[in-house]
Design a protein around this ligand. Structure first.
Ligand SMILES: [Zn+2]
Length: 392
C-alpha cells in the first residue's frame, strides 16, 4: 500500500509544500489508521524528521491523536496515531424535494445528530430561509470546531462557485447558495448535485477497496446518477453529468416538471410510481403505502413498479455501454422494493448492452440510502478542506 500524491506546483512556496505534506499525512492516517510515525514516513515518502514535525502540528491542531502503542519490532514499541474523529465537525445538508435534512458529521463520516424540516411547498427565498434555520439548529450546542458546511441539492450545481444554476422544484436559478452561507456563518461551504454527492459518499466511506470507476444512481422523487471516473467525480463540461433522469424516452409522453415530455423520471421515480399506483389503488397516497402494497404482493402495484424497473434497467444499460463502468450502485427509497426490483433492473440493464460488458458489471444496492447525500456533501467538504477522502 502507498499514498500517492496530487501534483504540487513546480515552484511551490514553503507554505504550499507544508500544506501538501500535511495532507499526505492526514490522508495516510484516514485511509490506513492506526499508523506509527515510521509507518507514515514509509507510506508518504517523507523523512522521519518531517513526519515528526508535521505530526506535532496536526496533534496541536486537534486533527490527529495518539491511540496507544503498536507491536515492537525490536526496540521501543511505537506510538500509534489516527485522525481524531471529533477534531472537526462538519455540517452536511440534503436539500431534498419533500424535506431538508441536515446532520452534524465527524471526520470518520459518522452522523452525530440529524434534523429534518419539511419543505411544505416552500421555494425561492423561503427555501433559503429554511436552509438557514436548519444550519442554526445544527450549530447550536456543538462544541467541536466547525470545518464547514457541505450541501447536496437536486439540479445543476456549479461546485466551483457554489452556485445552484437550476433547481426546478426549489425554484432556484443562478442562486449563489455557497457564498450566501459562507457570508452568514464564516466557514467554507461546498455545494454539489445530490446524486453526485451520493456517489462521493459511497466512494469515500463505504467502498473498500475503492473502485477507480463507479456509477451511483439515486432514485427517489427524481432520478440522477453520480459518476466517478479515474477516482474523481466526473461532472461533465457544465456540471450536468449524470442527469439522465431527464433523458426523453420514446415510449412515454407524460409531461415532466423540467418542461419536456417523456423523461425517464416521469416513469421511474418514486413520485411517478406513487401517482401511477394511486390511479389504480386510491388508498395509496405516499411512498410507504406504495412500498407496503408492493411487498404485500398486490398484483397491479407489482406490475407498475416492475415495469418501471425495466425502463430504468434499459437506461442503466446505456450508461454501462457508454462508460464501461463495472460497479453500478442504486441508492434511495427504491431500495425498499428489495431484490425483486433490483433483479429486474439488473436483468434489463444487462440485456441492453454488449454481453461481454454486461458479464463484468456488478449492479447492486448502495450501502446507505437515507443519509447518502448528507454524507456525500460532507465527503466533498473533507476533500476540499483537508485533502481527505477521495482516491487519487
Ligand atoms: Zn424532465
Amino acid at each position: 500500500m502507498s499514498v500517492s500524491a496530487t501534483v504540487l506546483p513546480e515552484k511551490a512556496t514553503h507554505q504550499q509544500t507544508r500544506t501538501f505534506n500535511q495532507q499526505l499525512v492526514l490522508r495516510a492516517l484516514h485511509d490506513h489508521s492506526p499508523l506509527s510515525r515510521a509507518d507514515l514516513a514509509r507510506l508518504t515518502g517523507l523523512t522521519r524528521t518531517s513526519v515528526g514535525d508535521l505530526v506535532g502540528t496536526l496533534i496541536d491542531d486537534g486533527l490527529i491523536e495518539e491511540v496507544g502503542r503498536g507491536q515492537s519490532s525490536g526496540g521501543k514499541s511505537p506510538i500509534l496515531l489516527r485522525v481524531a474523529p471529533d477534531g472537526r465537525h462538519l455540517i452536511g445538508l440534503d436539500l431534498g424535494e419533500a424535506q431538508f435534512s441536515g446532520a452534524v458529521v465527524n471526520l470518520r463520516g459518522e452522523i452525530l445528530r440529524s434534523i429534518h424540516l419539511p419543505l411544505e411547498g416552500r421555494n425561492g427565498d423561503a427555501a433559503v430561509e429554511l436552509v438557514f434555520q436548519l444550519v442554526d439548529a445544527l450549530r447550536a450546542d456543538d462544541r467541536s470546531p466547525l470545518l464547514g458546511i457541505g450541501i447536496g441539492a437536486p439540479g445543476i450545481i456549479d461546485t466551483s462557485t457554489g452556485t445552484v444554476r437550476w433547481s426546478v422544484n426549489l425554484n432556484w436559478a443562478e442562486l449563489h447558495l455557497g457564498p450566501l452561507l459562507e457570508q452568514r456563518y464564516g466557514v467554507p461551504v461546498v455545494v454539489a448535485n445530490d446524486s453526485q454527492a451520493a456517489a462521493l459518499a459511497e466512494l469515500t466511506f463505504f467502498r473498500r477497496p475503492r473502485p477507480n470507476n463507479l456509477i451511483v444512481i439515486k432514485v427517489g422523487r427524481g432520478v440522477g446518477a453520480g459518476i466517478i471516473l479515474n477516482g474523481q467525480l466526473f461532472q461533465g463540461d457544465g456540471y450536468g453529468a449524470g442527469e439522465f433522469g431527464h433523458v426523453s424516452m420514446r415510449s412515454a409522453d407524460a409531461p415532466c416538471r423540467c418542461g419536456r415530455e417523456g423523461c425517464l423520471e416521469t416513469m421511474t421515480s418514486m413520485r411517478a410510481l406513487v401517482d401511477a399506483a394511486r390511479a389504480v389503488e386510491p388508498s395509496i397516497t405516499d411512498e410507504s403505502g406504495l412500498v407496503s402494497a408492493f411487498l404485500a404482493g398486490v398484483t397491479s402495484i407489482r406490475r407498475i413498479v416492475l415495469d418501471a424497473a425495466r425502463e430504468l434497467g434499459v437506461a442503466v444499460g446505456w450508461l454501462i455501454g457508454a462508460l464501461n463502468v463495472r460497479h453500478v450502485l442504486l441508492v434511495g427509497p427504491v431500495a425498499e422494493f428489495g431484490d425483486d426490483w433490483l433483479g429486474e433492473v439488473r436483468w434489463y440493464a444487462r440485456s441492453s448492452v454488449l454481453a461481454l460488458l454486461a458479464r463484468d458489471t456488478q449492479i447492486e444496492f448502495g450501502h446507505v440510502h437515507d443519509d447518502v447525500v448528507v454524507l456525500g456533501a460532507s465527503a466533498l467538504l473533507m476533500e476540499r478542506q483537508l485533502g481527505l477522502g477521495l482516491v487519487r
